[in-house]
Design a protein around this ligand. Structure first.
Ligand SMILES: Nc1ncnc2c1ncn2[C@@H]1O[C@H](COP(=O)(O)OP(=O)(O)OP(=O)(O)O)[C@@H](O)[C@H]1O
Ligand SMILES: [Mg+2]
Length: 245
C-alpha cells in the first residue's frame, strides 16, 4: 500500500531510470511491487500498431510485471512529445482526473509498494488546470526529487523542493542521477553541498551512469544490485513510513 512519487528538476533528468531502479530494488527485496505513470507522451506504435509508453515498458520490467499490465501502469498514452495537456488536446483525447487517480489507487492497493513516476517536472500540466503536483497531492504520496549535478541544477532543485513544500507535499529527499565519481570535479561536488544546504533535504543516493545494454535489456537484477549499492533504500522506506508486510 506504500507509494513513493518520483519527480525531477526537469524532463529527461532520469525519473524513469531512477523509478525503475527503486522498483527493481524493492522487487528483489521481495516486496510485491507496482509501478505507475499517470500519462505518457512521445509514445510509439508497437508491431501490432498499439501505442506503447517506453517509460511504462521499462518500469514494468524493473518491477517484474508483464507487458500485459501496460495499460494498468499508464492509462493515457499520447503520441506527441509534449506535456500531456497539449499532447492530449492534439490527439483529441480528454484526460480524466478520476481515471488517472483510480488507476493509481488500484496499483497502490494491489501492491506492497508502488513507485509512481511523474511527468516532466513538478508543475507540468497533465490537463490545462491539473498539474503533476495536484496528482501527487491527491494521492498523498511522499516524493523523491531526481536531480543531476550539472550547472544550474541547484537552482532547479531549490525551486522544485520549495514549490513542493508550498503546495503541502512531503519530500523525502533528493536522488542524484548519472553520478560519475571518477570525473566529478568542483562543479559536481559543490552541487552536492548546495543541494543539501539550500533545500534542507538529504541526498538519498547517487545513481551512477549505467551501461546502455543494462537499460535496453531491462536487466532488473543488475539494476537492483547497483541501486542497493548506491541508494539508501532503508532510509527511503523508513522516511516514507515503512512497508506493511
Ligand atoms: N543513470 C543513467 N545512466 C545512463 N543513462 C541514463 C541514466 N539516467 C537516465 N539515462 C538516460 O537518459 C535519458 C533520460 O532519462 P529518463 O528517461 O529516465 O528521464 P525522465 O526524467 O524519465 O524523462 P521524461 O520526462 O521524458 O519522463 C534516457 O535515454 C535514459 O536512458
Ligand atoms: Mg520518464
Amino acid at each position: 500500500m506504500l507509494g513513493i512519487g518520483v519527480t525531477a528538476t526537469d524532463t529527461e533528468i532520469g525519473k524513469t531510470v531512477v523509478s525503475g531502479a527503486l522498483a527493481a530494488a524493492m522487487q528483489y527485496r521481495g516486496y510485491k511491487t507496482g509501478v505507475y505513470k499517470p500519462a505518457a507522451s512521445g509514445c510509439v506504435n508497437n508491431s501490432a500498431g498499439k501505442l506503447i509508453s517506453t517509460d511504462a515498458e521499462f518500469l514494468l520490467h524493473c518491477a517484474g510485471l508483464q507487458m500485459e499490465e501496460h495499460d494498468k501502469v499508464v492509462p493515457y498514452v499520447l503520441k506527441d512529445a509534449l506535456a500531456p495537456a497539449e499532447a492530449s488536446r492534439l490527439a483529441g483525447v480528454k484526460i480524466e482526473l478520476r481515471v488517472m487517480l483510480a488507476g493509481a489507487r488500484q496499483m497502490l492497493s494491489n501492491h506492497q509498494i508502488s513507485i509512481v513516476e511523474g511527468v516532466g517536472g513538478i508543475s507540468a500540466p497533465l490537463t490545462e488546470d491539473y498539474l503533476v503536483k495536484d496528482f501527487f497531492r491527491d494521492l498523498q504520496l511522499p516524493l523523491v526529487i531526481v536531480v543531476k549535478a550539472v550547472l544550474g541544477n541547484v537552482n532547479h532543485a531549490v525551486l522544485t523542493a520549495e514549490y513542493a513544500r508550498v503546495h503541502g507535499l512531503q519530500v523525502l529527499g533528493l536522488i542524484v542521477n548519472g553520478w560519475d565519481e571518477k570525473t566529478a570535479g568542483s562543479l559536481e561536488t559543490s552541487n552536492l553541498y548546495y543541494y543539501e544546504k539550500l533545500t534542507g533535504l538529504p541526498i538519498l543516493g547517487k545513481l551512477p551512469v549505467l551501461p546502455q545494454e543494462l537499460l535496453q535489456e531491462f536487466e532488473s537484477r543488475a539494476l537492483a544490485e547497483i541501486t542497493e549499492a548506491n541508494i539508501d533504500i532503508d532510509k527511503i522506506l523508513s522516511l516514507a513510513g515503512g512497508v506493511v508486510k
